[in-house]
Write a protein that binds this ligand. Structure first.
Ligand code: PMP
Length: 354
């Protein structure tokens, strides 16, 4: 029986995407060849990567003359260093909202001055700092839209004259925001895009070419743009599966349709967490993530009973990140309302038993 997968990533994808991807492993496009054995330069794969790049921009309603989409290697972690390498001439400003933001800051410091405009570390990142100022004269401002580990999410983004760079690994394609306020977006594929192994990078081309340092070709966004995301052999299977997922997303009615369902799922779960005295939500109420819902048991001694209940119900991966403990329900695009309902029922069952 298929499990209800609440994993934070790699994570659930739609059943039809798993089906189509598995068919392509045996026979891609009735070619008599597997997707795993075709050349990335083949006509069929060139069509795949072109469609995936265009569809990513279309779903985010971004102008494909201004922006370009790339599928790169190295995960979001590679982008922690590629962004400063390509954009940081003197100084950049960063908002520190958790582990991933801290890692981005660490890499940026290798390339120039980093101003940490605010941090929520004082409360172990359970909130999003507000009312901070973005200094002038910076090369860009960097933030993390959704903090996968702590379950916090930026509800709005600061305005400044500097380019806005955002790590959107865990909430891209999940909510209805104006994506054109960003100049560079990056996201590891393994949540709302596709399987692990590729990273979507979306760039406003006008922000490139402003640093004086020499950039090694493979780390230079311009090389990847010139080669149409085929500077070296791309992750063929991960990109194909991402395309299948983006097609699925379009068929559902696009980002705004999914955003409504995601909001509904999150409301269901937060309502139960707020109602049920056995649970304490982790994140500050106004900063709650709609993708990763973090919580604890009010009485940790109930963990054995709770763990047994959700595991028996066919739920997978409800444990919190190893650095934070507690619980985390990741409710990405492909997770159904029924799975969330099941989890709330398990929480009620615990209440009845306790
Ligand atoms: N940023 C965020 C917000 C993440 O959630 C993650 C991974 N879960 C990363 C960066 C790191 O991604 P990767 O493993 O693709 O390098």
């Amino acid at each position: 029986m298929k499990k209800h997968n609440f994993s934070a990533g790699p994570c659930i994808l739609p059943a039809e995407v798993f089906q189509q991807a598995s068919e392509a492993v045996l026979d891609f496009n009735n070619s008599g060849l597997s997707i795993l054995e075709i050349s990335h330069r083949s006509k069929d794969f060139v069509a795949v990567i072109e469609e995936a790049r265009n569809l990513a921009l279309e779903l985010l309603q971004l102008d494909n003359n201004k922006y370009t989409a790339l599928f790169l290697h190295g995960g979001a972690s590679m982008q922690f260093l590629m962004t400063p390498h390509n954009l940081l001439e003197k100084k950049a400003a960063y908002l520190n909202t958790g582990t991933w933001a801290s890692k981005a800051i660490k890499e940026a410091k290798l390339f120039g001055e980093v101003i940490e405009v605010a941090s929520s570390e004082d409360k172990n990142f359970n909130y999003i700092p507000k009312n901070f100022e973005i200094p002038t004269g910076i090369d860009y401002f960097h933030c993390t839209s959704n903090n996968t580990i702590y379950g916090t999410q930026l509800k709005s983004f600061p305005k400044s004259n500097a380019p806005l760079v955002c790590d959107m690994s865990s909430d891209i394609f999940s909510r209805d925001i104006d994506y054109s306020q960003f100049d560079l977006i990056y996201a590891g594929a393994q949540k709302n895009i596709g399987p692990a192994g590729t990273t979507l990078v979306i760039i406003n081309k006008a922000i490139l070419g402003k640093v004086s340092r020499k950039i090694p070709s493979i780390l230079d966004y311009k090389s990847h743009i010139e080669k149409e995301s085929m500077f070296n052999t791309p992750s063929v299977f991960a990109i194909y599966t991402s395309l299948l997922n983006l097609r699925w997303l379009k068929k559902q009615g696009g980002v705004s349709a999914l955003a409504k369902i995601n909001k509904h799922k999150a409301e269901l779960l937060y309502a139960e967490l707020d109602r049920n005295p056995l649970f304490t939500p982790y994140a500050n109420k106004e900063d709650r993530s709609l993708m990763n819902i973090t919580f604890n048991l009010a009485n940790p001694e109930l963990s054995h009973t709770f763990d047994a209940l959700w595991q028996q119900a066919g739920i997978n991966a409800l444990n919190g990140h190893r650095s934070l403990g507690g619980y985390r329900a990741s409710i990405y695009n492909a997770l159904t309302v029924e799975s969330v309902q099941l989890l709330t029922e398990v929480m009620q069952e615990l209440e009845n038993k306790a």
